[in-house]
Design a protein around this ligand. Sequence first.
Ligand code: HAS
Ligand code: CU
Length: 582
Amino acid sequence: MTELFAERYPEQARLVRAALLTSFVALGVGALFGLLQALHRTDVLRIVESPTYYTVLTGHGVFLVVTFTIYFLVGLYQWAVTDSLDRGPVNPRITWVWYGLMTVGTVLTAITILAGFLDDPPEVLGSELSADVLFTFYAPLQGNPLFYVGLAVFVVGTWIAGADWFRTWWAWKGDNPGERIPLPTFMVLTTMIMWYLSSIGVAVAILAFLLPWSLGIVDSVNPSLTRTLFWYFGHAFVYFWLLPAYMLWYIVLPKLSGGRLFSDPLARVVFILFVVLSTPTGIHHQYLDPGIAEGFKFIVMTNTMFLLLPSLLTAFTVVASMEHGARQRGGEGTFGWLRTLPWRDPAFTGMALAGLVFAFGGFTGIVNAGMNINYLVHNSVWIPGHIHTQVGTAVALTFMAGGYWLVPQLTGNRLVGRQAALFQVVLWFVGIVFMTNSMYRAGLDGVPRRSAEPQYAFDYDISLGSMAELDAQLALGGVLLFISTILFLGIMALTWRNDGTEPVVDGRIPPALSGPEDAPRVIDDLRVWTALAVVLIVLAYTLPLVAVASRGGLFGPDITPLPVAVDYWLPVLADLVGASIG
Ligand code: HAS
Ligand code: CU
C-alpha cells in the first residue's frame, strides 16, 4: 500500500488541499494589511487615511486569526482523523457542506470589512456596508448585520465539522471496540469539545444581542454583557489556534527530529487540561473592566495559573522527544545533542523556532495573567507583542513549517526550494524578534495598541529607548515578516504546480516511546472531562454573568452605536498617553 495520503484518500486530500489553499490566501491578504499597519503606525509610509487604518486593522485581525488559522485547523484535523483512523467520513458530502458554510460565512464577513475601503459604501440591511469593529467586535462598535451573519454561519460550519469528526470516530469505534483512541484523533475530539463549550458564548453574543442590535430590532445592548460573553469564548479561542500547532509538535516534530514521541499519555493529559480549564479563565481579559467583582477576577487568575501546566508539560515532552531523536542520530553531551538535530530541514527548523519564540511569549502571557501587573500592560502595544509571539509565530510559523511537510503528501509533489524554505522560516524568526522587541518595550512605557496615531516626537525618549529606534525596529520587523510570507506563498505555489515529481516525504508517524496502554482508560472517557469542564464553567461564570446582566440590564442602557473604531479608541488613547507622558 502506498504511504502517500493523496493516493490513499484522494477525496479527503482534495478537501484538505482546498482548506489549506483558502488558509494561505487569507494569510497573504492579512500579511499585506499587517505591512500597511506597521508602516502607518511608525509614520514610515502612509497609503491610507488614518480612519481607514481601522479597516485595515480589522481585516488584518479577522483574516489572520479567524480565516488563516481556522481553515488550516480544519484541513489539518481532517487529515489527522482520516489518517489516524485509516478511514474517510461516513458521508463525504457532509464534509463539503461544512466547508461550504465556512466559506459562505468568510465571504460575507470579508465583503463587509473590505467595503470599509469605499469612499461611499452602499446601504445594506438598513445600515452602511462596513465593519471597522476590530477582531474583538465589542459593542459599542457596530458593524453591518452581514458581518455578524457571516461570523455566525462560519461558526456553524466549524460545529458541523466537529460533528463530522465525531461521527467518523463513532463509526471507527463500532469496528474497533475496546481500542484506545489514536492520539491524533484524541487531539481533534478534545479540541472540538473545548470549542463547543466556549463558542456558545460568542454565538449568544452575536445572535441574541449584536445582530438584532445592528438590524435595529433592539435599540441597544449591554456592552459589559456582550464583552463578557465574548471573553467567555475568547481565551479558549486562542487555544483553538494553538492546539493544531501542538498537534504538529507532538505528532510531526518528534519524527522530524529522528525519534519518537516521548509520552503519549502526557500528550493526552495536556489536551484534557485544555478542555477543562480553557473557558473558565476568560475574565483575565477583563481585569480592568468595571462591573466584575475583584474576587471573581482572583478566581480566574488562579485558574489561569493552573492553565500554564499543559504548556509547561508540552515544553518538557516535546523537548524530551527532540532530545531522544537527536541521541538516535548520534547526539551527545548535555547540550551537544542540539547540534545533531536536522536544522537543514525547513519543517523541523520552522517548528523548533516557533517553539522557542513560544517559550518567551508564554512568559509574557504569565505577566498578562497577573491581576496587578496587567494594569501596566493592558491596552498597550505590549499586548500585540504577546499576540505576535503567540498566534503570530508559535502558531503561524508552525503552520507554515507544517505546510512544508504536509503539502507534498497532499499533492504528490516534491517540495520546491528547500533552501529558500529554510531561509524563509529563519527570516520570520528574525522579523518577529525585531518587531516584538519593539512592541514589548514600547508597551511597558504605555505606548497604546490599536492606534493609527501613536506618534511621539522623533527624539522623544521613553525610559526603555528612543521612539525612533523602537519605530525603526517595528517597521523593519514588519517588512521582514511580509517578505517571509511572500516567500512562503511562492514556495507553496511552486510546489503545488510541480506536478509529477514524487515527494521524498515519509508520512508515517512512529509509535510513542510510552504508548497509550500506559495511560489509565479513564483518560479516553471524554464524557468525564466534558462534565468537569461544565462544572468549572458554571462556577466561574454564573455569578459574574448575573451581576453584569442585572447591573446594566440584558439590553443595557441606551447607548449610541459607534460606526468606526477611532471614535471609541481615541478617548481611551488620550487617557493612556496622558497618563504615561503627563
Ligand atoms: Fe494570551 C491576551 C494570558 C497564551 C493570544 N493572548 C492575548 C491576546 C491574544 C492572545 C490574541 O491573562 C489579545 C486579545 C485582545 O485582542 O485583547 N496567554 C495568556 C497566558 C497564556 C497565553 C497565561 N495567548 C496565548 C496563546 C495565544 C494567545 C497560546 C495564541 C495562540 N493573554 C493572556 C492574558 C491576556 C492575553 C491575561 C489579556 C491581556 C490584556 O490585558 O489585554 C499561556 O497559555 C501561555 C503558556 C505558555 C508557556 C510557554 C511554554 C513553552 C513551550 C515551548 C516549548 C519549546 C519548544 C522548542 C517546543 C508557559 C511549550 C524548543 C526548541 C529548541 C531549539 C530546544
Ligand atoms: Cu486569554
